[in-house]
Ligand binder design. Sequence first.
Ligand SMILES: Nc1nc2c(c(=O)[nH]1)N[C@H]1C(S)=C(S)[C@@H](COP(=O)(O)OP(=O)(O)OC[C@H]3O[C@@H](n4cnc5c(N)ncnc54)[C@H](O)[C@@H]3O)O[C@H]1N2
Ligand code: MOO
Ligand SMILES: [Mg+2]
Length: 430
Amino acid sequence: MLEKRNPIPVSRAVSLVMEAAGTGTVETVSILASHGRVLAKDIIADHDIPLFDRSPYDGFAIRSIDTADARSGNGVTLEVIGEIGAGTVFPIKAGPFQTVRIMTGAPIPDGCDAVIMLELTKEITKDSQTFIEIKRSLKAGENISFQGEDTKKGTILAQKGAYINAGITALLATFGSRDVPVVSKPVIGVLATGSELVEVEEPLEPGKIRNSNAYMIIAQIERAGGRGVYLGKLNDDKEKCLEAVQNALSDVDHLITTGGVSVGDYDYLPEIYKEMGAEVLFNKVAMRPGSVTTVARMGKKLLFGLSGNPSACYVGFELFVRPIVRSTLLSERPHLRKVKGVLGEDFTKANPFTRFVRGKIEIDDNGTLVASPTGFNKSSAVSSLADTDVFLVLPGGTRGYQKGMLVDILLLDDQQGSEWPWGNIVPSYK
Ligand SMILES: Nc1nc2c(c(=O)[nH]1)N[C@H]1C(S)=C(S)[C@@H](COP(=O)(O)OP(=O)(O)OC[C@H]3O[C@@H](n4cnc5c(N)ncnc54)[C@H](O)[C@@H]3O)O[C@H]1N2
Ligand code: MOO
Ligand SMILES: [Mg+2]
């Protein structure tokens, strides 16, 4: 007798999964390997930036008081007592009507309180001594990069849980972090099921298809910030699948399977979860594609039973697995970031379940975000995933959607994320 499945709302399904979210451990990596990882410790400025008053220009460091009467037609002459490049400190204090030739980034010499750009000065040589003439007055502090103007010692510049981008890498280097504490990547195993599958390097035969989902999922795990481990493909043999799932689970933090979660004769995952004694959190979600997505729990580990259909598998990953990866990586915004935009074309097919249409975004001439489906829209589609950078969220109902309507858009290639995008998805937009 076929077991009746009760679809639950997406938001409820995500909440159930998130109850199993854990936090990751810490490891240290070289700064050169830290890009794209997640900080395990705040970055706190341990000194001011700049660390000392310095020149923003190539020119001359002067005493502003000496230029008080300077103007066009009445230049002031200053004696050049030396020169300083970035990296050294000038050893002498400048006295009245003395100046020091200075390069960008060099510390302001003692006695000086302003800098004039090279282009605004005229060099004069008299008795083999160098002078400059200045025809304008400068205020104290003019053209100086002051100590601490960028940031002050003690400021928290990046927080634990932040994605290490190029800017954070610059901060790590600024404050001398050669070894960077990062959150260890959660290890997610991937098993593909289906007797129809051949491996990527194998030739096709009648009735067979290539296993694309496993590789797609590994890429999605990596985009989310986890480490994907490909554990192979399995034929539709219940005992072998049960054994493989049980063995795999001991080596990974969480396990993803693809295929075999629907009601077909060879869809063994539901029975496997039962035999293992795993707690099934849900086996039907009110969404398209991916309605058959099933998630079970064994202690702290989650078993994500993603659909075999490529688009359904892709969507199931982004909605349910991604937030688990991100919260392990200490993100407080582990879900897909939601923005609003307009629908780029009619989507007339109504559906009782919320649709996650694979789409791409563009910004039109008025600056409006326009999201359009990427093409063939069935759950089985693989071709339209290549151009996909967003999901258009089209809530279930009896009506379709017209071009120009306001829609919720979930961004896939994004590091900012969202705390909870499911709160105010409304049934239709006018
Ligand atoms: N009577 C019903 N039939 C189906 C239902 C239903 O509710 N009642 N649900 C449909 C929906 S919705 C989906 S989605 C699929 C889900 O199927 P499974 O998750 O059980 O996956 P399979 O049956 O193993 O395969 C489905 C499809 O995907 C292809 N596939 C599988 N693995 C891969 C892979 N690694 N790479 C690429 N493609 C893969 C497979 O060949 C099938 O074509 O069930 C519907 N049926
Ligand atoms: O799980 Mo299916 O993908 O709803 O079409
Ligand atoms: Mg099936």
